[in-house]
Design a protein around this ligand. Structure first.
Ligand code: HEM
Length: 493
């Protein structure tokens, strides 16, 4: 049956469909708003990745990293240029790994600080192949703890006393040969002295031919550490591996003689072996643990300290008032400790407060270890950026040391700034946390002894002011090696 008037029915149909359409639109709008909101919330929860580029697939920015060094400004130039472009946290890819660089004290605390369980020390494969898997620098966290505990005893107060006397004796002997008006290349001289001291302290290696051969091999291993890991004849890495093998053969022979009892000396190696004798066999160090760590100590201790000494001599040349102040304070300290009389000891070094500040200021300005690499053990956030598990986060100590937000007038060589303790995580010359430099006290002592002997025996003038850096060097050092002309104190006064 057809209704007489269809208008009310039409009206009803229209009303119902309008209400349904309104509900549908409302639902749609709600869903839309919810998803936008979720996205917003998600963005708040998930920080952005650090800025920066990955470069060519697989190769990344490795070539730019290696060629930055060719500029004569060192590998750090690569980092510096990108920090200026991207800011205090940026990402790149070197040697097939995603690398993030961070350069604030808060980032240093987050990555290196005591509660940074999310990061572990990480070195490139090339470095661990050259130093050895058992090296303290490359060992797994559990292995590291055990090795470090065993090796720390080698750097106790008693050993430091012997080390200071040894280093002083060698310094006085070397500087005693310098003549009026002669040109001495500080880096070369300091390398010879620190190398001789460390080899003597470690394993009583003293024969000149043995030392010279070992020094050649050690510098080949060191030069290979930042090279492309190609095992092809003629390549730097290949040469480094061959040099490592020669060093190992020579040290292995020494260990065998000590274990057989045919040789006995008062040195680090002997005390390591003696400690082993008192332990159960499964707690003893293996030969490869001892070998890798002897090589590590020679490399970690020699070039770093010698480079720091060369920078110190340069800074003191540029700041004659500081040099004179140290001399003025140190000439009276010679009584009883004059060259050739008594060797210095840690107690004498304890009286050198201003010189200690000179050492610290040198280490701040020179930043011998420019950045510290750590691998992220899980996804995390640093400085507001997302860091993925497996990425390497490098703390840029060099920038922290030269940041005007951290140090007043950072470009000025001003030892007295260390009259006050530096702010937390602002002085990173020896790193911080559980991986702090094991040889820190020895290194500071060696720098102090050298400074004391140099200022009390000579005045000097740097004769090559070229500031370009040695290419391929793991630690920044002057290409010129800092040549100086010396005038003995007695003839200049
Ligand atoms: C001025 C000289 C030196 C400087 C600037 C220096 C700097 C450093 C820095 C910054 C670290 C920590 C790196 C990191 O956390 O990634 C380190 C570690 C280390 N240094 Fe030194 N160092 C110097 C001298 C020495 C000496 C003389 C020795 C021993 C003979 C030595 C042995 C070591 C060792 C074994 C480690 C590894 C510690 C570990 O991982 O537990 N260093 N050094």
């Amino acid at each position: 049956m057809i209704p007489a008037d269809p208008a009310p029915l039409l009206l009803l149909t229209l009303t119902v469909s309008s209400v349904l359409a309104a509900f549908f639109l409302l639902g749609l709008l709600k869903m839309l708003l919810r998803s936008v909101g979720r996205e917003r919330l998600g963005r708040v929860r998930r920080p952005p990745a650090p800025p920066g580029i990955h470069g060519i697939p697989l190769v990344g920015e490795t070539l730019s990293f290696l060629s930055a060094d060719r500029s004569g400004k060192g590998f750090y130039e690569f980092v510096r240029a990108r920090r200026l472009r991207y800011g205090n946290c940026f990402k790149t890819s070197i040697f097939g790994k995603t690398q993030v660089f961070v350069s604030t004290t808060s980032a240093a605390k987050a990555v290196l600080g005591g509660d940074s369980v999310g990061f572990s020390k990480m070195y490139m494969r090339s470095i661990s192949e050259l130093l050895g898997k058992q090296s303290l620098l490359c060992a797994s966290p559990e292995n590291h703890r055990r090795l470090r505990r065993r090796m720390s005893t080698l750097f106790n107060t008693q050993s430091l006393e012997a080390s200071v006397r040894t280093f002083d004796g060698l310094t006085v002997e070397a500087l005693g040969k310098w003549k009026q008006g002669q040109t001495m290349v500080v880096l070369e001289e300091a390398l010879k002295i620190t190398f001789a001291a460390i080899c003597k302290l470690l394993a009583s290696i003293e024969r000149e031919d043995e030392l010279a051969e070992m020094q050649r091999d050690i510098s080949e291993v060191t030069e290979a550490m930042l090279s492309i890991p190609l095992k092809l004849p003629g390549c730097r890495f290949f040469k480094g591996l061959k040099a490592r093998r020669r060093v190992m053969t020579s040290l292995r022979k020494t260990i065998r003689q000590r274990r057989e009892g045919s040789e006995h000396h008062d040195d680090f190696l002997q005390s390591l072996l003696a400690m082993d004798d008192q332990r159960s066999s499964d707690d003893q160090l293996t030969d490869s643990q001892i070998l890798d760590n002897m090589l590590t100590l020679i490399i970690a201790g020699q070039i770093t300290t010698a480079s720091a000494i060369a920078w110190m001599v340069k800074y003191l040349d540029e700041n004659p008032n500081v040099q004179e102040r140290v001399r003025e304070l140190h000439l009276p300290l010679l009584v009883g400790n004059a060259p050739g009389e008594n060797n210095l000891d840690p107690e004498a070094l304890g009286q050198m407060a201003y010189a200690s500040m000179v050492v610290k200021e040198t280490l701040r300005m020179a930043s011998i270890v420019s950045w510290f690499p750590r691998v992220a053990l899980e996804d995390c956030e640093v400085e507001g950026f997302q860091i993925a598990k497996g990425w390497i986060v490098n703390v840029d100590a060099r920038h922290i040391h030269s940041d005007s937000a951290v140090y007043d007038n950072p470009g000025k060589f001003f030892p007295l700034r260390f009259h006050k303790d530096p702010k937390p995580y602002s002085f990173l010359a020896f790193g911080t946390g559980e991986r702090t430099c094991l040889g820190m006290n020895l290194a500071k002592a060696m720098m102090l002894v050298f400074l004391h002997r140099l200022v009390t025996m000579f005045r000097w003038k740097v004769i090559d002011t070229d500031t370009s850096l040695e290419k391929g060097a793991l630690f920044p050092r002057l290409r010129s090696g800092c040549p100086i002309k010396v005038t003995p104190i007695s003839s200049s006064d």
